[in-house]
Write a protein that binds this ligand. Structure first.
Ligand code: GH3
Ligand code: MG
Ligand code: MG
Ligand code: MG
Length: 399
């Protein structure tokens, strides 16, 4: 992301540039110190952080100049009341009060937010086209991809089809109102999966309480202040990003980068139940302890990483691989017979490479018997044991 800082105070410009580049690896900052210099630049930047008062302009000349080119602008100022009342208030992303150095933290967060928003889809649900457009303008300023729906029903259809990360909705709407819509969304997407912000003019406090209790995350009263709108949206999205990272860190194995046991025990059941016909296989590296003892733990780690990747490369899109134990991997294949699974594992077995001069093999058990995940794992484990007992380096799916 390319950022241009327009600031006549060299010290302040340097402070902002160094902080942004230190904390945001994706950002690259250039600095200019006057309107004259700005006008000489041909390059278009993704974001402009500009001082309100420059020595060579009449007040907001430079801001208007940038707005004409559809620039995304954050204004730095000592005159917040002036900015707040300015004609361009609704056309800039936000403003930062300069006196307080600690506001730099907010600026960093905001720039990071704007960068991340390019990957986020927000759905605005309102029966009034003008209100949708009004909100869309601010959401676009924040770099979000915007989808629109006229009522709850339309919203649900879009959520089914598109990867929506955030819903902003009215309450009173024809066909399906916001309360019903929130209820429907929460049947499949928990409060920690899809945030919902309500923007409504309702005077009825009980409806407000009700929709929040049903799973909406926050509420803004119409008519709203653009600044409040943007701050609340940024807060919600920041918290959700944090949650996503947190969940990912908990469910991904650090060494092999595939799902871990925590994922198996906490998130897998839903996927497992979704499919009628399916198989579970357990793959266990043969004599792995000996490999560790002979070549060292690091060599063992390398084999584990390679093995996980090798299995994954041979699976289909809907198949899953989970690190079940130290050198044990669980493979889940939906809509697959035991015979088909055997063919896949056989291919994995026959295409195993030698890693750093170390040749290794694995044994596996395949099962489709049993109603529950635990029953299927037990059966696969029994067959794995059989494979080990009868000489290792083999795959068992019968008996
Ligand atoms: P078998 O053929 O019967 O499966 O014998 P094995 O030696 O593979 O099985 P065993 O269960 O006795 O030993 C597994 C070894 O895996 C023991 C443990 O130190 C090692 N191990 C577990 N996790 C890791 C890891 O993350 N890295 C490395 N390098 N080794 C691990
Ligand atoms: Mg100045
Ligand atoms: Mg083993
Ligand atoms: Mg083992």
């Amino acid at each position: 992301m390319n950022v241009l800082i327009l600031e006549d105070s060299k010290l302040y410009a340097k402070l902002i540039k160094s902080n942004i580049e230190k904390y945001l690896i994706f950002a690259k900052c250039d600095v200019v110190s006057s309107f004259e210099e700005l006008k000489k630049i041909d390059k278009k930047y993704d974001l402009y952080i500009v001082d309100y008062i420059l020595p060579d302009t009449n007040e907001d000349e430079h801001i208007k100049y940038l707005l004409e080119q559809n620039a995304k602008i954050i204004v730095m100022t000592q005159y917040e009341d002036k900015i707040y009342k300015s004609s361009f208030m609704n056309d800039i992303i936000d403003f930062i009060i300069k006196e307080d150095i600690s506001i730099i933290n907010y600026l960093i967060r905001l720039v990071k937010r704007i960068y991340k928003n390019q990957f986020k889809n927000v759905l605005v649900v309102d029966d009034s086209k003008s209100i949708r457009l009004y909100q869309k303008k601010f959401l676009k300023l924040l770099n979000l991809n915007v989808f629109e729906a006229k009522n709850g029903q339309e919203a649900l259809e879009i959520i089914k089809k598109e990867k929506i990360n955030f819903v902003i909705s009215d309450i009173e709407m024809p066909k399906m109102n916001g309360v019903e819509m929130v209820k429907e969304i929460r049947k499949t997407k928990n409060i920690d999966e899809l945030p919902i912000l309500i923007v409504s003019s309702t005077e009825n406090l009980f409806i407000t309480f009700q929709i929040l209790k049903l799973g909406a995350n926050d509420f803004i009263k119409k008519p709203f202040d653009k600044n409040e709108y943007i701050i609340r949206i940024n807060n919600i999205l920041d918290i959700y990003d944090y949650l996503i990272n947190y969940k990912e860190e908990r469910t991904i194995d650090g060494l092999t980068k595939i799902y871990n046991r925590f994922f198996l025990e906490n998130s897998f059941e839903q996927i497992f139940k979704f499919y009628k016909q399916k198989i579970v296989a357990i793959l266990d590296i043969d004599f792995f302890k000996k490999i560790n003892d002979t070549y060292g733990h690091q060599a063992g780690d390398k084999i584990l990483t390679y093995f996980a990747k090798h299995i994954k490369n041979n699976l289909r899109k809907d198949d899953l691989i989970i690190r079940y134990g130290g050198e044990e991997f669980l493979v889940f294949m939906p809509n697959t017979t035991k015979e088909e699974a055997y063919i896949v594992l056989h291919k994995i077995k026959n295409s195993l490479q030698i890693v750093d001069g170390i040749k290794f093999t694995f044994s596996a058990g395949i099962a489709n018997e049993g109603e529950t995940l635990a029953e299927m794992i037990k059966k696969a484990d029994e067959r794995l044991y059989k494979a080990k007992e009868t000489g290792r380096n083999r795959i068992v799916y019968k008996g």
